[in-house]
Design a protein around this ligand. Structure first.
Ligand SMILES: *Cc1c(COP(=O)(O)O)cnc(C)c1O
Ligand code: SF4
Length: 345
């Protein structure tokens, strides 16, 4: 990708005025632990005069990331327990995740995969790719392949197209779903050629956009999404509920309404995961439920996402505003898709 102009070093971020020089030493420690990158499209959205700027909060490293709480986990949603071969997570019978690249053009500071992304060998090797695709081919129950990462839109058009065609050539793979943040972080990468590469005979292409704040939906991001949708690709969105970024009903309302205007159906609002060094982003389940109640009062049903928690330990997602969630003396308990209950602090 065209990332030369992106900020990867703490010193570059300081030189651009995105962090104060006094914080450089502490933030070097953050960068040694977790990948850092801010793209020019994101840097242009940041209001440097606002110390609480939500875009900066989501993408510019902070000293708070050095604090790790006891309940936090390197693998917060338990993916490794369900990974039969490298690059595949197969937790639900009919759907498998496929991670062809563990890099992103920009790194979200709250990323649930932050312990494994953006380090060294990022792309799946040719052999590992073959093995992952063979796994899918040998499992006829897999109807839908969900490309994730990292950010699979970080692939070149050629490589994305190759993967899409190989998956679509498998008879039982009916839907190929791409999860991405690139239309926001690097919209120029979503070129007409890239869009064309995603559309392949034999399967339906769907794109899920990860968007957390209405200001992320800048004109170039909207144009990139319009290129995908005009080409016939349906789009849905997912949002992570984040303290200081989008934990007000006004912000969520503006985000969801704008997505619908962009022809994108709000799909998931994720309760923040227990990723290491992300305590400063965490919102309580009570507050999340109250926000959803208020949102539902204000907006069209089209604008209402499912509010979900990925149960720590690999027990999949549970809708938080449902009978599968109960308050306990110490926190919550949630019921997974096979009917087992799990404590959640
Ligand atoms: C979220 C997730 C999926 C996809 O779930 P949907 O609810 O269909 O969007 C599939 N596999 C894993 C491991 C997941 O975490
Ligand atoms: S785009 Fe996704 S995988 Fe990449 S840093 Fe953000 S949350 Fe993590």
């Amino acid at each position: 990708m065209s990332s030369e102009k992106s900020f990867h070093k703490i010193s570059d971020l300081a030189a651009a005025g995105l962090i104060s020089p006094a914080k450089v030493p502490a933030l070097e420690k953050v960068a040694a632990r977790y990948a850092v990158a801010v793209t020019p499209a994101l840097a242009a959205l940041i209001d440097k005069s606002d110390p609480a700027d939500p875009i900066a909060r989501a993408f510019v490293p902070s000293e708070a990331e050095l604090e790790t709480a006891p309940e936090e986990r390197l693998d917060p949603i338990g993916d490794t327990a369900h990974s039969p071969v490298p690059g595949i997570v197969h937790r639900h019978r009919d759907r498998a995740l496929f991670e062809p690249i563990l890099a992103c053009p920009a790194y979200c500071r709250f990323c649930f995969r932050r312990a494994e992304i953006g380090r060294g060998e990022n792309a799946l090797s040719a052999e590992a790719t073959d093995r992952a695709i063979a796994y899918i081919a040998f499992h006829p129950e897999i109807r839908e392949v969900i490309l994730t990462g990292g950010d699979p839109f970080a692939l070149s058009a050629r490589r994305a197209g190759e993967i899409a065609s190989r998956l679509a050539a498998i008879d039982h793979v009916r839907v190929v779903r791409w999860h991405t943040r690139v239309p926001i972080t690097e919209p120029e990468h979503v070129s007409d050629a890239f869009v064309a590469a995603l559309i392949v005979p034999g399967a339906t292409t769907v794109v899920a956009l990860h968007a957390d704040h209405p200001r992320e939906l800048h004109p170039e991001a909207r144009a990139a999404c319009a290129r995908l949708i005009d080409a016939g690709i349906p789009m849905v969105s997912q949002t992570v509920l984040l303290k200081g970024v989008n934990d007000t009903v006004e912000t969520l309302q503006a985000l969801m309404e704008t997505l619908v205007e962009m022809r994108i159906k709000p799909y998931y609002l994720h309760h923040p995961d227990l990723a290491p060094g992300t305590g400063h982003f965490r919102v309580s389940v009570e507050d999340g439920l109250a926000l959803m109640r208020e949102l539902r009062k204000r907006v069209s049903g089209l604008c209402v996402p499912h509010y979900v928690l990925d149960i720590p330990g690999g027990f999949a997602k549970v809708p938080l505003d449902s009978a599968d969630v109960e308050k306990t003396d110490t926190g919550w308990r949630v019921r997974d898709h096979v009917g087992d209950w799990h404590e959640y602090p």
